[in-house]
Ligand binder design. Sequence first.
Ligand code: GLY
Length: 354
Amino acid sequence: MINPITYNTCSIHFVNQDFTVLDAYIHKQNYSKVFVLVDNNTHIHCLPLLTERLSISVDVIRIESGEETKNITTSLQVWEALSNLGADKKSLLINLGGGVVTDLGGFVASTFRRGIDYINIPTTLLAMVDAAIGGKTGVDLGNLKNQIGLVRNPKMVLIDTFFLKTLSEDEKKSGMAEMLKHGLIDSKKHWLQLTKGNMLSNANSLPLIYDSIQIKKQIVTQDPSEDGIRKALNFGHTLGHAIETYALSKKEIKPLLHGEAVAIGIIMESYISSKLTSFSVKDCDEVKRVILSQFKQVIFPESSYKDIIELTAFDKKNTFGNVNFVLLEDIGKPKLDCRVDKSLIIEAFKFYNS
Ligand code: GLY
């Protein structure tokens, strides 16, 4: 049995198709009503496993799957569903799904009646190692990612790798990108553990998922509201988010999963690091080699560079009109709040495309 990880008022439990710890917690807290938020996929593939194992009855609220759903209109539908189904201040919302469900569900729970308890049961690798941990909740504003939201922790997170069996290879890779990011900001040791052998099956392995969650936990415990070191978790994301937004809005590039866009952002921000810090060209080339061994290269036309660079202006880390990048001085040594010239970003596109 793996010991739970705790931070703030949240405990992260590692389970194997056994929800006794959740059942006991719900009884202890004496919730007035329990709701489970699912999307179309987790409704079919994950909900039966959960409800069969709980001794209490739950009301299910279902939303459509996909990033396009992560908006205020869907939030309104979920607030209304909670209200119509008799939720009160002492109700609990359990979010069963990937990052869209945990981000949106956390946001709805944190704002309904000024905040009810919520629990995350992430069903994708990305949500297990990142989205469901650390209390960031929110929705997109049009195509702009995570512009509306707040930081408020779940009471509990349950990690059950059994759910990963239902994931496509692309979904697993998307989670792998966040694990690689954790490796790069944490240590050479962790980066090497992730990148040796068969990376795709490594990414699914509980010890590596556990380590990835520990890295995130250590960072969010030190800096819950992202005033300092938590920004390191955004390595690869300044360009990653801009690329993801661009790909969602333009027909000439197919929509990218979050991790696919972050993987590109990691290569480009490694290149920028090698130009502006002591990050070695050798490590930069290795980051590119490792990522392109797993992710299909997306070719960006030169005409897209300007639009993507403009989208970095909406990054949440920006202050006083400046775009703040996280770079690496070495593997395990992030450097926060770095300014980058547009010409260097264009060079980074060329490096990625080459
Ligand atoms: N996903 C980055 C963070 O939680 O800070």
